[in-house]
Design a protein around this ligand. Structure first.
Ligand code: NAG
Ligand code: NAG
Ligand code: NAG
Ligand code: NAG
Ligand code: NAG
Ligand code: NAG
Ligand code: NAG
Length: 274
């Protein structure tokens, strides 16, 4: 895998463009890592005490992931939270959070604030209390560089699917939902997913999803697939089934969530923080 970072400084914000040149050859059991964002350097003389306090908090947090798909915890002035994608098994959630707690410390051990995103989960911590505080920055954009195969479609299909989800996802217990529809010409299917972090309320979830929906034009209009992540919510759209369908009454061996299709080898990622 080759990643290229390009630091841009347009008007008032700073953004980072990363081009993933080749497909992330993820081994099925390993969680698909996306991006880490660290900020807020810690006082160096307090570093040792801070990192050991952080480590204790995160290992305690990690131990919750076999039973809970969402958890918040705090100790010694550090606040943490993780959220697994609403469709993943508890096994996948645990694997993802285990990796996330270790990886975020490897990358951001001496930072007061950090967030790590995977396909299947996300984890954050901060030395200020963010629990229940709606946050739509920084925003991470990831898209398939190929345009949609239906030229007249321009993602209107994507947005209408997202609208159907926004109507009820903020008001469900899981604050998570998926939906599918037919492509414009009816020959193919389209798939979408939205999710909010369950520490925020329905109004904030709705606002967060609205911000991301509007941001689609910044990166992803007419793209075959895209994802936008913020600390409090996320959404994704693809031309292939990328989520687990709700389990059927008759237990059949559940297929692995399909890994990125060939078209996804040409993926771009862009971080925007204000
Ligand atoms: C993270 O913390 C380290 C050590 O304090 C610091 O050097 C680095 O600049 C911080 N990173 C960011 C993005 O603030
Ligand atoms: C760092 O921490 C030490 C010990 O608590 C304190 O004396 C010092 O003022 C702090 N430095 C900064 C820059 O905050
Ligand atoms: C803080 O501690 C971590 C973990 O021990 C270490 O990796 C890092 O280099 C230290 N950072 C600073 C700025 O001393
Ligand atoms: C780490 O936790 C201890 C209490 O267990 C506390 O006294 C100390 O101030 C904490 N360190 C930092 C840097 O907050
Ligand atoms: C997390 O998983 C990745 C593979 O996705 C692996 O390369 C990495 O070593 C793991 N990190 C830790 C800290 O175990
Ligand atoms: C996708 O469409 C845009 C706008 O029509 C065009 O500028 C761009 O070159 C196309 N990209 C690809 C990879 O075909
Ligand atoms: C899913 O999308 C279809 C087509 O856009 C729509 O008719 C339906 O109401 C949506 N269902 C849910 C549960 O959002």
């Amino acid at each position: 895998m080759k990643i290229m970072f390009l630091l841009l400084n347009p008007t008032s914000f700073l953004s980072v463009l990363i081009t993933i040149i080749t497909l992330i050859n993820s081994i099925a059991s390993q969680p698909a890592y996306i991006y880490t964002f660290c900020s807020d350097p810690q006082n160096i003389t307090e570093n040792a005490s801070y990192t050991s306090n952080l480590s204790a908090l995160l290992s305690s947090l990690s131990s919750k992931a076999s039973l809970n798909s969402f958890y918040t915890d705090s100790s010694n002035g550090i606040y943490s939270l993780y959220l697994c994608r609403g469709d993943v098994s508890s096994n996948t959630c645990q694997t993802c959070i285990n990796n996330a707690t270790r990886e975020i410390q490897r990358r951001c051990a001496s930072n007061g604030t950090a967030i790590i995103w995977y396909d299947m989960c996300m984890l954050r911590y901060s030395n200020t209390n963010f629990h229940g505080v709606y946050q739509n920055n920084p925003r991470l954009f990831m898209w398939n560089n190929e345009n949609t195969t239906s030229p007249d479609e321009l993602n209107f299909g994507a947005l209408s699917l997202i609208y159907t989800l926004m109507e009820y996802v903020p008001y469900t217990d899981m604050m998570f939902g998926t939906n599918q529809s037919a492509s414009h010409d009816g020959s193919q299917k389209r798939y979408a997913l939205t999710q909010c972090s369950r520490d925020i309320n329905s109004n904030d979830c709705s606002s967060c999803l609205g911000i991301l929906r509007d941001a689609v034009t910044q990166c992803c209009q007419a793209k075959r697939g895209w994802r936008i992540f913020a600390p409090s919510c996320s959404m994704r759209y693809e031309e292939y089934l990328f989520y687990q369908l709700p389990s059927t009454p008759v237990p059949v061996p559940s297929p692995q969530v399909p890994e990125p299709v060939p078209g996804e080898s040409n993926t771009k990622t862009w971080l925007l923080r204000n």
